[in-house]
Design a protein around this ligand. Sequence first.
Ligand code: UD1
Length: 422
Amino acid sequence: MSHLKITGRRRLSGTVRASGSKNAALPMMAVAILADGPLRLEGVPRLDDVRTLVDLLGALGVEATHEPDDTLRLETVDPKPTRADDELLRRMRAGFCVLGPLVARRGAAVVSLPGGCAIGDRPVDLHLAGLAALGADITIEHGYVVARAGRLTGAAIHLAGPRGPTVTGTANVLSAAVLARGETTITGAAVEPEIVDLGQLLLAMGAKIEGLGTPTLRVTGVDRLSGATHRVIPDRIEAATLLLAAAITRDSIAVTGVVPGHLGEVLAKLATAGSALEIGPDWVRIAAGGAVRPVDITAEPYPGVPTDIQAQWMAMLSLADGRSTVRDRVFPGRFMHVAELNRLGARIEHADGTAVVTGVSRLTGATVTATDLRASAALVLAGLAAEGETVVRHLEHLDRGYQRLDEKLNRLGAEMERCDDD
Ligand code: UD1
């Protein structure tokens, strides 16, 4: 395992390019199971979750080949396996996205039930109810989801739970419905850009889907899906993390290769918090001068502020000139980063799903422990602004979801070093 040593208060400047979206790429990789020909996904980020899913798919008879320009070619060479590897699934919840494609294309699946994780209880009841509505026979046996089905049949399915729509649940059910006989209507579907992008890939494979980007999806099942070539959308979470890095150090950088429209609410809040923004067709320049102004943040389903940058916002607001509140409607218990940010000198209290961040004038370096992917990113941002040295332990979390964030930040002028634990 390794840790990151950050020498804080270096100036950031220059231009950085966002990688392809992790959360779009993962469910797209899983639909290789559905295709009768090879799938070529361009702009797949080089990060650990992608590597883990390549291994998981490999054991399911889907061969992956890396081509230039971050293109990943996926092709089914053995359509028989139906059991997903437990150990790999434990490393990455998104592996659960193989369930829908396996049931739809191979008529069976055994996939271990994902446990809770550091950001809270993460049920999959909506995924299972959706697949059952399509005609899959689903049981839970010894901690596994065991699914069997003949040809699935179209149905009316509602996918929103008490916390709103489910993103990977929509991916799972949509990627099964495209091969079901007849019409499926999914209401309460996730409208995240990653789901729209998955839908675009499925359309390129020959699926019939209407309503992408709205909460109601109408799917007319087809008998087979072909291979296709598709470019993955840029990672809006990584782009937002990079913009927040400049906002916390009060510097000016440009992030290129982004879709500014995917960042609407994030950009609006950055402006409220005192950053000047210039927005181009596929880039955003941030110039953050003067004090950080306090701002209230509520993480919500798209188009709201994403829960996946709630922690990074909190790091930034810990240096604001006043008091901010941060809530998370998607994962109300996602506050493990609070104690670690406080270790760096932040003043954050949380109760009943609301964190109150009282801005301080400085953060001071310390050794902190990352508990999950986005909490790690928040600690890295806080380390950039803290006086002296910050050590962020358990870098494996960061590497799951960012393509070498430390290298990107170093190229902008940060000073951080990756070290192996003794
Ligand atoms: C995806 C993202 C994750 C992001 C999250 C919310 C991927 C690989 N991961 O996770 O980075 O933080 O969306 O934007 O894309 N829920 C249920 N029942 C279910 C499923 C979910 O009650 O069957 C609840 C969850 O506990 C949560 C809310 O619905 O409170 C949203 O979760 P969901 O959208 O499913 O998150 P993921 O798809 O797992």
